[in-house]
Design a protein around this ligand. Structure first.
Ligand code: BEZ
Ligand code: FE
Length: 376
């Protein structure tokens, strides 16, 4: 599936801004002048247009005038994509406030909520990703991102907040659980299949990363010691592109509900459950990294996932006697994956990251502000 190139996008953005309003129309022209070196001209134009607006009474802001005024101040943002995103964000935020007639108490409640979401984040927990997931935004970004891909492989799914870099590298056939099967209180299953390209050619030596909950429905990141890894591993496909490993049937689980996102879910009377699943992240040089998951069809929440990750093509059922299973004594699942070719700027379907990489600097805002102000 061919899509428009990024060049098209770069040309489309100034056009969209041109259409937005008279103010942004002027600004788009100024940005072009700035890019072509007309900085003196740019300053004069800004001063002149500010005067014009003052004369036109633009200081008296109405509920729609405030939107135009903010857009005008931001209109000279040199980065066209930042300009487009921020202009749209302001327009939608203002429209939202107008639509619900937002009160000061509600606005402050929102500020407090977002503050608490940030405070709940640690190297082992990403409450903002959870918020994005439960609002369907992560899935939306996933869908948009896949829609721009040049070629299509296996359907993708959410990375979620429990992915970790550097999971243990195991041998094909190993169990991803430190205490497999009955020892962990669950039912051991086998998972196997082949990784192929779009032409059906096996992808040799692809990395297959997997992670899931334990039979009680908890990830290792939620354990008392979140640094210990369990129920996750990475494998390499063999010379025929095959992978196979043992796992334990995971349990569906509630997303973490002990934080601000959990309070929101409770206030909305949502069940907060995800159907049982096993995550996969599959990569090989030259291919678009595939982030997906298989979902176990018997789960009662298969049709009402709190974070909207399930697709029909990803639903599986462990069965005895699956033809070709390397695990004849176990119920098993065969799932074959197709990797799409990577394109420039589209090397992965990943939407998210290991939470420890998003933990920020840990430095409170304002530290070093004096130095920054002095230009040090
Ligand atoms: C998960 O896949 O485990 C997950 C995804 C989004 C939110 C919470 C959990
Ligand atoms: Fe998960």
């Amino acid at each position: 599936m061919r899509r428009g190139s990024t060049d098209d996008l770069v040309f489309t953005i100034p056009y969209l801004i041109h259409c937005c309003s008279t103010f942004t129309e002027l600004a788009a022209g100024r940005a072009v002048e700035a890019e072509t070196g007309g900085v003196g001209l740019l300053r004069n134009t800004v001063v002149q247009s500010n005067q014009e607006h003052r004369e036109a009474g633009m200081q008296d802001l109405t509920e729609t005038g405030i939107t135009a005024a903010v857009l005008q101040q931001m209109a000279d943002t040199p980065d066209p994509r930042l300009r487009e995103i921020m202009a749209a964000a302001v327009k939608h935020l203002h429209a939202f406030a107008r639509e619900v007639s937002l009160t000061p108490e509600e606005w402050l409640y929102g500020i407090k909520f977002m503050t608490e979401v940030g405070q709940a984040c640690t190297p082992f927990r990403q409450e903002f990703i959870l918020l994005s997931d439960t609002l369907g935004l992560s899935r939306m970004v996933n869908i948009l991102h896949d829609g721009r891909a040049e070629t299509v492989g296996t359907e993708t799914s959410l990375l979620g907040p429990f992915y970790r870099n550097d999971s243990p590298r195991l041998r094909l056939g190993d169990s991803i659980a430190k205490e497999p099967g009955a020892a962990s209180g669950g039912r051991e299953i086998g998972l196997f299949g082949t990784v192929r390209d779009e032409a059906g050619v096996p992808v040799v030596d692809a990395t297959v990363e997997v992670w899931q909950t334990d039979p009680d429905g908890a990830y290792d990141l939620q354990a008392a010691d979140p640094t210990a890894m369990d129920w996750r591993a990475q494998f390499r496909t063999d010379e025929a592109g095959r992978y196979w490993f043992r796992a334990t049937l995971p349990l569906g689980y509630t997303i973490p509900l002990d934080g601000p996102v959990g309070r929101m879910i409770g206030a909305q009377r949502r069940h907060g459950c995800r159907p049982a699943h096993t995550h996969f992240l599959i990569g090989a040089p030259g291919y678009r990294e595939l982030v997906t998951a298989i979902y176990y069809g018997q789960d009662p929440y298969i049709d009402s996932d709190t974070v909207f990750g399930v697709s029909q093509s990803l639903i599986v059922e462990p069965r005895p006697d699956v033809p070709g299973s390397p695990f004849p004594a176990l119920h098993s699942v065969r799932f074959d994956f197709t990797l799409a070719r990577a394109a420039k700027g589209d090397e992965t379907s990943r939407v998210g990251a290991d939470p420890s990489t998003l933990a920020g600097s840990g430095q409170p805002a304002g530290v070093g502000a004096r130095e920054a102000a002095r230009g040090a």
